[in-house]
Design a protein around this ligand. Structure first.
Ligand SMILES: NC(=O)c1ccc[n+]([C@@H]2O[C@H](COP(=O)([O-])OP(=O)(O)OC[C@H]3O[C@@H](n4cnc5c(N)ncnc54)[C@H](OP(=O)(O)O)[C@@H]3O)[C@@H](O)[C@H]2O)c1
Length: 316
Protein backbone atom coordinates (compact mmCIF):
# COMPACT_ATOMS: atom_id res chain seq x y z
CA UNK A 1 0.00 0.00 0.00
CA UNK A 2 2.74 2.44 0.98
CA UNK A 3 4.34 2.29 -2.46
CA UNK A 4 1.10 2.91 -4.33
CA UNK A 5 0.59 6.19 -6.14
CA UNK A 6 -2.20 8.33 -4.72
CA UNK A 7 -5.00 9.67 -6.92
CA UNK A 8 -6.88 12.47 -5.10
CA UNK A 9 -10.49 12.47 -6.22
CA UNK A 10 -12.81 15.46 -6.12
CA UNK A 11 -16.51 14.57 -5.97
CA UNK A 12 -15.58 11.18 -4.54
CA UNK A 13 -18.97 10.69 -2.92
CA UNK A 14 -20.69 11.52 -6.22
CA UNK A 15 -21.26 9.80 -9.56
CA UNK A 16 -18.06 10.45 -11.50
CA UNK A 17 -15.58 10.52 -8.64
CA UNK A 18 -17.26 7.65 -6.83
CA UNK A 19 -16.86 5.41 -9.85
CA UNK A 20 -13.16 6.24 -9.94
CA UNK A 21 -12.65 5.49 -6.22
CA UNK A 22 -14.36 2.11 -6.68
CA UNK A 23 -12.41 1.33 -9.86
CA UNK A 24 -9.10 2.02 -8.13
CA UNK A 25 -9.88 0.27 -4.85
CA UNK A 26 -11.43 -2.79 -6.51
CA UNK A 27 -8.19 -3.35 -8.46
CA UNK A 28 -6.25 -4.71 -5.51
CA UNK A 29 -3.08 -5.40 -7.48
CA UNK A 30 -3.06 -2.00 -9.21
CA UNK A 31 -0.42 0.68 -8.88
CA UNK A 32 -2.77 3.35 -7.49
CA UNK A 33 -4.71 4.01 -4.34
CA UNK A 34 -7.59 6.48 -3.94
CA UNK A 35 -7.81 9.53 -1.72
CA UNK A 36 -11.47 10.51 -1.56
CA UNK A 37 -12.05 14.25 -1.06
CA UNK A 38 -15.31 15.22 0.61
CA UNK A 39 -16.71 18.09 2.63
CA UNK A 40 -17.97 15.63 5.24
CA UNK A 41 -15.71 12.75 6.17
CA UNK A 42 -18.42 11.37 8.45
CA UNK A 43 -21.18 10.97 5.86
CA UNK A 44 -22.43 7.48 5.06
CA UNK A 45 -21.07 7.80 1.52
CA UNK A 46 -17.63 8.82 2.82
CA UNK A 47 -17.64 5.92 5.27
CA UNK A 48 -18.53 3.51 2.46
CA UNK A 49 -15.45 4.70 0.54
CA UNK A 50 -13.27 4.31 3.65
CA UNK A 51 -14.61 0.75 3.98
CA UNK A 52 -13.18 0.04 0.52
CA UNK A 53 -9.77 1.09 1.85
CA UNK A 54 -9.75 4.62 0.38
CA UNK A 55 -8.15 7.41 2.39
CA UNK A 56 -10.87 9.99 3.12
CA UNK A 57 -9.79 13.63 3.39
CA UNK A 58 -11.82 16.78 3.98
CA UNK A 59 -11.71 19.30 1.14
CA UNK A 60 -13.97 21.87 -0.46
CA UNK A 61 -13.50 23.09 -4.03
CA UNK A 62 -14.24 26.64 -2.85
CA UNK A 63 -11.28 26.54 -0.45
CA UNK A 64 -7.77 26.62 -1.94
CA UNK A 65 -5.97 25.66 1.26
CA UNK A 66 -8.13 22.58 1.71
CA UNK A 67 -7.47 21.57 -1.93
CA UNK A 68 -3.72 22.02 -1.43
CA UNK A 69 -3.90 19.67 1.56
CA UNK A 70 -6.12 17.27 -0.36
CA UNK A 71 -3.68 17.09 -3.27
CA UNK A 72 -0.44 17.09 -1.21
CA UNK A 73 1.77 14.06 -1.81
CA UNK A 74 -0.51 12.69 -4.53
CA UNK A 75 0.58 11.49 -7.96
CA UNK A 76 -2.57 12.68 -9.67
CA UNK A 77 -6.06 14.06 -9.24
CA UNK A 78 -9.50 13.78 -10.78
CA UNK A 79 -11.18 17.20 -10.91
CA UNK A 80 -14.86 17.88 -11.49
CA UNK A 81 -17.28 20.73 -10.69
CA UNK A 82 -20.93 20.53 -9.64
CA UNK A 83 -22.97 22.84 -11.83
CA UNK A 84 -26.36 21.60 -10.74
CA UNK A 85 -25.59 22.34 -7.09
CA UNK A 86 -25.47 26.10 -7.76
CA UNK A 87 -26.30 26.83 -11.46
CA UNK A 88 -23.37 29.25 -11.73
CA UNK A 89 -20.82 29.00 -14.55
CA UNK A 90 -18.73 31.67 -12.82
CA UNK A 91 -18.55 29.47 -9.75
CA UNK A 92 -17.41 26.53 -11.86
CA UNK A 93 -14.68 28.67 -13.38
CA UNK A 94 -13.55 29.87 -9.96
CA UNK A 95 -13.50 26.32 -8.61
CA UNK A 96 -11.57 25.01 -11.63
CA UNK A 97 -9.04 27.83 -11.14
CA UNK A 98 -8.53 26.81 -7.50
CA UNK A 99 -8.14 23.13 -8.43
CA UNK A 100 -5.55 24.01 -11.10
CA UNK A 101 -3.66 26.19 -8.60
CA UNK A 102 -3.70 23.46 -5.97
CA UNK A 103 -2.60 20.84 -8.52
CA UNK A 104 0.33 23.03 -9.57
CA UNK A 105 1.25 23.69 -5.93
CA UNK A 106 1.24 19.95 -5.20
CA UNK A 107 3.34 19.22 -8.29
CA UNK A 108 0.84 16.63 -9.54
CA UNK A 109 2.04 14.52 -12.43
CA UNK A 110 -1.37 13.90 -14.00
CA UNK A 111 -4.74 15.60 -13.58
CA UNK A 112 -7.94 14.53 -15.32
CA UNK A 113 -10.28 17.51 -15.73
CA UNK A 114 -13.86 16.40 -16.35
CA UNK A 115 -14.87 18.89 -18.99
CA UNK A 116 -17.36 19.49 -21.79
CA UNK A 117 -17.37 21.48 -25.02
CA UNK A 118 -17.36 25.27 -24.98
CA UNK A 119 -20.33 25.41 -27.36
CA UNK A 120 -19.59 29.05 -28.24
CA UNK A 121 -16.87 27.73 -30.56
CA UNK A 122 -19.71 26.24 -32.68
CA UNK A 123 -22.46 28.75 -31.88
CA UNK A 124 -21.00 32.21 -31.19
CA UNK A 125 -23.03 34.53 -28.99
CA UNK A 126 -24.01 36.48 -32.12
CA UNK A 127 -25.67 33.35 -33.58
CA UNK A 128 -29.36 33.56 -32.75
CA UNK A 129 -30.31 29.97 -33.56
CA UNK A 130 -30.39 29.49 -29.78
CA UNK A 131 -30.78 32.15 -27.07
CA UNK A 132 -27.78 33.54 -25.24
CA UNK A 133 -28.11 32.74 -21.53
CA UNK A 134 -26.71 34.62 -18.52
CA UNK A 135 -25.40 37.24 -21.00
CA UNK A 136 -22.34 35.31 -22.17
CA UNK A 137 -23.14 31.64 -22.58
CA UNK A 138 -25.03 29.39 -24.95
CA UNK A 139 -24.91 26.25 -22.80
CA UNK A 140 -23.75 27.58 -19.42
CA UNK A 141 -22.98 24.20 -17.82
CA UNK A 142 -20.89 23.20 -20.86
CA UNK A 143 -19.27 26.49 -21.79
CA UNK A 144 -17.67 27.24 -18.43
CA UNK A 145 -16.17 23.76 -18.25
CA UNK A 146 -14.68 24.16 -21.73
CA UNK A 147 -13.49 27.68 -20.91
CA UNK A 148 -11.82 26.29 -17.78
CA UNK A 149 -9.58 23.96 -19.83
CA UNK A 150 -7.13 26.79 -20.36
CA UNK A 151 -6.85 27.38 -16.60
CA UNK A 152 -5.19 23.98 -16.21
CA UNK A 153 -3.00 24.52 -19.26
CA UNK A 154 -1.96 28.04 -18.21
CA UNK A 155 -1.14 26.82 -14.70
CA UNK A 156 1.25 24.29 -16.26
CA UNK A 157 -0.64 21.29 -14.91
CA UNK A 158 -0.20 18.05 -16.90
CA UNK A 159 -3.85 17.50 -17.76
CA UNK A 160 -6.09 15.14 -19.70
CA UNK A 161 -9.34 16.82 -20.76
CA UNK A 162 -12.04 14.18 -20.36
CA UNK A 163 -15.29 14.84 -22.26
CA UNK A 164 -18.08 12.87 -20.63
CA UNK A 165 -21.56 12.00 -21.90
CA UNK A 166 -25.19 12.13 -20.79
CA UNK A 167 -25.57 9.74 -17.85
CA UNK A 168 -28.28 7.12 -18.38
CA UNK A 169 -28.65 7.50 -14.61
CA UNK A 170 -30.52 10.72 -15.45
CA UNK A 171 -33.47 8.41 -16.17
CA UNK A 172 -33.43 7.65 -12.42
CA UNK A 173 -32.22 10.83 -10.70
CA UNK A 174 -32.57 13.82 -13.02
CA UNK A 175 -36.17 13.72 -14.15
CA UNK A 176 -35.28 12.52 -17.66
CA UNK A 177 -37.18 9.25 -17.31
CA UNK A 178 -40.43 8.23 -18.99
CA UNK A 179 -43.45 10.37 -18.04
CA UNK A 180 -47.10 9.57 -18.64
CA UNK A 181 -48.86 11.82 -21.15
CA UNK A 182 -52.54 12.78 -21.09
CA UNK A 183 -53.20 9.55 -23.01
CA UNK A 184 -51.69 7.58 -20.09
CA UNK A 185 -48.81 6.38 -22.24
CA UNK A 186 -45.19 6.60 -21.14
CA UNK A 187 -42.75 8.64 -23.21
CA UNK A 188 -39.32 10.19 -23.00
CA UNK A 189 -38.92 13.73 -24.28
CA UNK A 190 -35.83 15.17 -25.91
CA UNK A 191 -35.38 17.90 -28.54
CA UNK A 192 -33.06 15.72 -30.57
CA UNK A 193 -35.13 14.90 -33.63
CA UNK A 194 -33.68 11.73 -35.14
CA UNK A 195 -30.13 12.49 -34.01
CA UNK A 196 -28.00 10.37 -31.69
CA UNK A 197 -27.25 11.14 -28.06
CA UNK A 198 -23.98 9.77 -26.66
CA UNK A 199 -24.82 8.22 -23.29
CA UNK A 200 -22.96 6.34 -20.59
CA UNK A 201 -23.52 4.57 -17.28
CA UNK A 202 -22.25 7.14 -14.77
CA UNK A 203 -20.24 4.42 -13.02
CA UNK A 204 -18.31 3.82 -16.26
CA UNK A 205 -16.92 7.38 -16.29
CA UNK A 206 -14.72 6.62 -13.28
CA UNK A 207 -13.68 3.30 -14.81
CA UNK A 208 -12.61 5.10 -18.00
CA UNK A 209 -10.77 7.73 -15.93
CA UNK A 210 -8.93 4.91 -14.18
CA UNK A 211 -7.98 3.55 -17.61
CA UNK A 212 -6.53 6.96 -18.50
CA UNK A 213 -4.40 7.08 -15.33
CA UNK A 214 -3.18 3.54 -16.05
CA UNK A 215 -1.94 4.65 -19.49
CA UNK A 216 0.63 6.93 -17.84
CA UNK A 217 1.56 9.98 -19.90
CA UNK A 218 -0.20 8.89 -23.11
CA UNK A 219 -3.15 11.29 -22.84
CA UNK A 220 -1.53 14.21 -21.03
CA UNK A 221 -2.25 17.44 -22.91
CA UNK A 222 -4.94 15.68 -24.94
CA UNK A 223 -8.72 15.94 -25.17
CA UNK A 224 -10.48 12.58 -25.02
CA UNK A 225 -14.17 11.66 -25.03
CA UNK A 226 -16.13 8.68 -23.80
CA UNK A 227 -19.58 7.17 -24.26
CA UNK A 228 -21.14 3.73 -23.86
CA UNK A 229 -23.41 4.08 -26.92
CA UNK A 230 -24.73 6.70 -29.31
CA UNK A 231 -28.52 6.27 -29.45
CA UNK A 232 -31.45 8.13 -30.99
CA UNK A 233 -34.47 8.96 -28.85
CA UNK A 234 -36.38 6.25 -30.71
CA UNK A 235 -33.67 3.70 -29.92
CA UNK A 236 -33.65 4.66 -26.24
CA UNK A 237 -37.46 4.42 -26.13
CA UNK A 238 -37.32 0.97 -27.77
CA UNK A 239 -34.75 -0.24 -25.23
CA UNK A 240 -36.84 1.15 -22.37
CA UNK A 241 -39.94 -0.54 -23.79
CA UNK A 242 -38.15 -3.88 -23.86
CA UNK A 243 -36.61 -3.52 -20.39
CA UNK A 244 -39.71 -2.16 -18.62
CA UNK A 245 -42.19 -4.41 -20.39
CA UNK A 246 -44.35 -1.35 -21.11
CA UNK A 247 -44.59 0.75 -24.24
CA UNK A 248 -42.38 3.86 -24.00
CA UNK A 249 -42.67 6.42 -26.78
CA UNK A 250 -40.34 9.22 -27.84
CA UNK A 251 -41.50 12.84 -28.02
CA UNK A 252 -39.13 14.66 -30.34
CA UNK A 253 -40.10 18.18 -29.27
CA UNK A 254 -38.51 21.32 -30.68
CA UNK A 255 -35.74 22.92 -28.58
CA UNK A 256 -37.95 25.99 -28.03
CA UNK A 257 -40.59 23.79 -26.45
CA UNK A 258 -38.02 22.09 -24.21
CA UNK A 259 -36.59 25.48 -23.14
CA UNK A 260 -40.06 26.58 -22.10
CA UNK A 261 -40.62 23.65 -19.71
CA UNK A 262 -39.80 25.96 -16.82
CA UNK A 263 -37.79 23.74 -14.49
CA UNK A 264 -34.46 25.20 -13.28
CA UNK A 265 -31.97 24.87 -16.11
CA UNK A 266 -34.57 23.99 -18.80
CA UNK A 267 -33.19 26.70 -21.11
CA UNK A 268 -29.62 25.51 -20.54
CA UNK A 269 -30.59 21.89 -21.27
CA UNK A 270 -32.72 22.90 -24.25
CA UNK A 271 -29.69 24.64 -25.75
CA UNK A 272 -27.50 21.66 -24.84
CA UNK A 273 -29.71 19.18 -26.65
CA UNK A 274 -30.02 21.52 -29.62
CA UNK A 275 -26.21 21.72 -29.75
CA UNK A 276 -25.99 17.92 -29.65
CA UNK A 277 -28.64 17.67 -32.37
CA UNK A 278 -27.20 20.31 -34.69
CA UNK A 279 -23.59 19.18 -34.29
CA UNK A 280 -24.22 15.44 -33.99
CA UNK A 281 -21.22 14.54 -36.13
CA UNK A 282 -18.75 16.54 -34.02
CA UNK A 283 -20.32 15.65 -30.68
CA UNK A 284 -20.58 11.90 -31.33
CA UNK A 285 -17.25 11.96 -33.16
CA UNK A 286 -15.56 13.30 -30.03
CA UNK A 287 -16.84 10.28 -28.04
CA UNK A 288 -15.49 7.17 -29.70
CA UNK A 289 -17.00 3.97 -28.32
CA UNK A 290 -14.02 1.75 -29.14
CA UNK A 291 -11.73 4.20 -27.40
CA UNK A 292 -13.91 4.19 -24.27
CA UNK A 293 -13.97 0.37 -24.32
CA UNK A 294 -10.17 0.28 -24.63
CA UNK A 295 -9.98 2.27 -21.38
CA UNK A 296 -12.71 0.24 -19.69
CA UNK A 297 -13.36 -3.21 -21.16
CA UNK A 298 -16.43 -3.58 -18.89
CA UNK A 299 -18.10 -0.53 -20.56
CA UNK A 300 -21.88 -1.03 -20.44
CA UNK A 301 -24.33 -0.68 -23.31
CA UNK A 302 -27.71 0.94 -22.61
CA UNK A 303 -29.33 -2.50 -22.62
CA UNK A 304 -26.85 -3.78 -20.05
CA UNK A 305 -27.34 -0.68 -17.91
CA UNK A 306 -31.12 -1.12 -18.12
CA UNK A 307 -30.90 -4.76 -17.09
CA UNK A 308 -29.22 -3.64 -13.85
CA UNK A 309 -31.19 -0.45 -13.23
CA UNK A 310 -34.67 -0.72 -14.75
CA UNK A 311 -36.36 -1.19 -11.37
CA UNK A 312 -34.88 2.10 -10.12
CA UNK A 313 -36.49 4.20 -12.88
CA UNK A 314 -39.44 6.04 -11.36
CA UNK A 315 -42.66 5.63 -13.37
CA UNK A 316 -45.63 7.76 -12.39
N1 LIG B 1 -25.86 14.33 -15.40
C1 LIG B 1 -25.24 14.18 -16.57
O1 LIG B 1 -25.73 13.57 -17.51
C2 LIG B 1 -23.87 14.77 -16.74
C3 LIG B 1 -23.16 14.42 -17.89
C4 LIG B 1 -21.89 14.97 -18.07
C5 LIG B 1 -21.37 15.84 -17.11
N2 LIG B 1 -22.10 16.17 -16.01
C6 LIG B 1 -21.51 17.09 -15.04
O2 LIG B 1 -21.13 16.36 -13.91
C7 LIG B 1 -20.91 17.29 -12.85
C8 LIG B 1 -21.29 16.67 -11.54
O3 LIG B 1 -20.56 15.48 -11.32
P1 LIG B 1 -21.23 14.24 -10.57
O4 LIG B 1 -22.49 13.88 -11.31
O5 LIG B 1 -20.19 13.25 -10.38
O6 LIG B 1 -21.65 14.93 -9.21
P2 LIG B 1 -22.64 14.38 -8.08
O7 LIG B 1 -22.92 12.95 -8.23
O8 LIG B 1 -23.75 15.36 -7.98
O9 LIG B 1 -21.71 14.47 -6.80
C9 LIG B 1 -21.28 15.61 -6.30
C10 LIG B 1 -20.38 15.30 -5.11
O10 LIG B 1 -19.49 16.39 -5.09
C11 LIG B 1 -19.30 16.84 -3.83
N3 LIG B 1 -19.32 18.30 -3.76
C12 LIG B 1 -20.34 19.15 -4.04
N4 LIG B 1 -19.95 20.41 -3.80
C13 LIG B 1 -18.66 20.34 -3.37
C14 LIG B 1 -17.71 21.29 -2.94
N5 LIG B 1 -18.01 22.60 -2.87
N6 LIG B 1 -16.49 20.86 -2.58
C15 LIG B 1 -16.19 19.55 -2.61
N7 LIG B 1 -17.04 18.59 -2.98
C16 LIG B 1 -18.26 19.00 -3.35
C17 LIG B 1 -20.37 16.23 -2.96
O11 LIG B 1 -19.68 15.51 -2.01
P3 LIG B 1 -19.65 15.84 -0.43
O12 LIG B 1 -21.03 16.24 -0.05
O13 LIG B 1 -19.22 14.52 0.13
O14 LIG B 1 -18.63 16.91 -0.26
C18 LIG B 1 -21.15 15.29 -3.88
O15 LIG B 1 -21.24 13.97 -3.40
C19 LIG B 1 -21.77 18.51 -13.20
O16 LIG B 1 -20.97 19.65 -13.31
C20 LIG B 1 -22.45 18.15 -14.51
O17 LIG B 1 -22.54 19.25 -15.38
C21 LIG B 1 -23.32 15.62 -15.80
Amino acid sequence: MADKKIIAIVGATGAQGGGLVRAIMNDKGGQFTARALTRDVNSDKAKALAALGAEVVKADVDDLESLKKGFAGAYGAFCVTFYWAHLSPEKELAQARLMAQAAKHAGLQHVIWSTLEDTRKWVPLSDDRMPTLMEKYKVPHFDAKGEANQLFTEAGVPTTFLHTSFYWDNFIFFGSGPQRGPDGKLAITFPLGDKKLPGIAAEDIGKCAYGIFKKGREFIGKSVGIAGEHLTGAQMAAALTKALGQEVGYNAVEPDVYRSFGFPGADDLGNMFQFKRDFEKDFCGARNLDFARSLNPALQTFEQWLAQNKDRIPLD
